[in-house]
Design a protein around this ligand. Structure first.
Ligand code: GLA
Length: 516
């Protein structure tokens, strides 16, 4: 009998909530050695990070020799790791951590060390024998071959690794960097394709560009915003067992203000993203440790639903994101991207809540509680992020998935006017849409008119519950009209559904049923 191979989303218990821990890359790059990791483990076990859940110590690139051994196996650099990786693994495990490593699917790692191509079985066994339970598999130096596109080549290599890892007695957590090699905003078709298969092969995927390294030129905040933005494009793929990875937390980056570091943490937690810190842990300040160990936000990150917060609205400065939590409450996360203080009144109906109910709102940063009805008022410093948890009284517990419907390639928002069109997102109610369980779609600016296909184009018609007003949302990002089978299309309203076409891929509010 063929052994059924299950991992990630088919077997969420491999990694039921996103990973938390340490990785050296963004802070130290290739400047890594045994002492860095023992000092990091010692500091994390005494400063509260381990107790807060950061239990993974992961090595990144440059840990190995430039040559494989005679028998083909990988070897660690004995100058950097004089007592060896099995010893280091035992050391971190004796403190309560688990041990992770980095390799590459191609000929060479990004740093020029031996890649795993052709050595997959051997390397997997080597890692397991060293006590490693987590593999970040990068995708530098992968090339197309005859008869296969580059995308197909990645799929076959990551598929090979998936098969090997999932046949092991103790499957390693599999972090896949493949999508990062396809995140080309000029054309996302291959990127969407790769994002479609990574959840079947592994537990997390680096979907886009690297977060700025410590010594890198440029703005660390801009880098955080870039990765944040990419993450908002791929919410539909995440579910328990598979997590979108917007890359490391960089709390000791010298270019960041305290509000900016706290924002990165709050946003990543709202996404249920991996929380992998890349910093010099022994030198983190008390304030840094305090926000990194914030219990209420870590509980959000580790919430069993693993629902990624999605955009309820976006204007020129402020993003409002929302999601559900396993206890039935609703999270609202408000980010001020702008360069001044921002004041906003956020209507509860854009969060999918009823405007006629009284909710208890906890400010997760300071724990203060207040009753809210109809709206929440928020004041934010530049680049700060607020997070509220709204408890829903029983009679008001129904949440209608509500928020922006936006093209994930152009970033433009579906906008209700006399018909529908795509415009720059401005936070207006005509750009906030509710999606009912039967697939009807209407804007908050006029809840009596539903998105319809009429005369071969997308229009708004009085809601009548008919199939021409029903839409299904695919894992492909397509919004497909049930009656006509046509897909919503930026530019032409609706059109024949094509394969992962930029103009037909949309981000929808979380909680909408996803098919495929
Ligand atoms: C790539 C990855 C980084 C890091 C480096 C190591 O750039 O995206 O996270 O692993 O390689 O060389």
């Amino acid at each position: 009998m063929v052994q059924e191979i299950l991992a990630s989303i088919q077997n969420p218990h491999i990694l039921p909530t996103p990973p938390m821990g340490f990785n050296n890359w963004a802070r130290f790059m290739c400047d890594l050695n045994e002492t860095l990791f023992t000092d990091t483990a010692d500091a994390m076990s005494s400063n509260g990070l381990l107790a807060a859940g950061y239990k993974r110590i992961n090595l990144d690139d440059c840990w190995m020799n430039y040559q494989r051994e005679e028998n083909g196996s990988l070897a660690w650099n004995t100058t950097k790791f004089p007592r060896g990786l099995p010893w280091l693994g035992e050391y971190v495990k004796s403190k309560g951590f688990t041990f992770g490593i980095y390799e590459d699917a191609g000929n060479l790692t990004c740093g020029g060390y031996p890649g795993s191509l052709g050595y997959e079985e051997m390397d997997a066994k080597t890692f397991a024998s060293w006590g490693i339970d987590y593999l970040k598999l990068d995708g530098c130096n992968v090339f197309p071959e005859h008869g296969r596109t580059l995308q197909e080549k990645y799929q076959s290599l990551y598929g090979t690794w998936h098969d090997i890892l999932s046949r092991m007695d103790h499957p390693l957590i599999f972090s896949e960097s493949a999508p990062a090699y396809f995140a080309d905003p000029k054309n996302f078709t291959d990127w969407y394709t790769v994002m479609g298969w990574v959840p079947h092969f592994g537990e997390l995927a680096r979907h886009s560009v690297d977060i700025l390294v410590y010594s890198g030129a440029g703005s660390a905040w801009d880098s955080i915003m870039t990765n944040y933005q990419f993450n908002t494009l791929v919410a539909r793929y995440q579910r328990p067992g598979y997590y979108n990875d917007p890359d490391f937390l960089i709390p000791d980056h010298p270019g960041l203000s305290m509000d900016e570091k706290r924002s990165q943490f709050a946003l990543w937690a709202s996404f249920s993203a991996p929380l992998i810190i890349s910093a010099h842990i022994p030198d983190l300040s008390g304030d840094d440790i305090s926000f990194l160990t914030h219990r209420a936000l870590i509980e959000v990150d580790q919430d069993p639903l693993a629902q990624q917060a999605t955009l309820a609205s976006r204007d020129g400065e402020v993003d409002v994101l929302t999601r559900s939590l396993a206890d039935g409450s609703r999270l609202v996360t408000v980010l001020n991207r702008g360069s001044g203080t921002a004041d906003r009144r956020i209507s509860l109906d854009i969060l999918g809540l009823s405007s006629g109910c009284v909710y208890s709102a906890v400010d997760l940063w300071d724990g203060s509680t207040r009753s809210v009805e109809g709206y929440v008022d928020v004041r934010l410093n530049t680049h700060a992020t607020a997070v509220y948890k709204l408890s829903v009284p029983g009679e008001c517990s129904t949440v209608v998935p509500t928020g922006m419907i936006f093209n994930t390639a152009s970033g433009k928002c579906l906008t209700a006017s006399t018909g529908v069109e795509f415009r720059t997102c401005g936070g207006e109610r005509r750009q906030v849409w509710s999606v009912t369980p039967s697939g009807a779609v209407y804007a908050l600016s006029d809840t009596s008119r539903c998105l319809s296909v009429h005369g071969g184009s997308a229009t708004l018609q009085p809601c009548d519950g008919g199939v021409r007003q029903m839409w299904s949302y695919g894992i492909t990002g397509n919004l497909k009209n049930v009656e006509s089978g046509l897909c919503l299309t930026e530019g032409s309203g609706v059109g024949d559904c094509a394969y992962e076409l930029n103009s037909q891929v949309f981000g929808l509010p979380g909680g909408v049923l996803i098919v495929g």
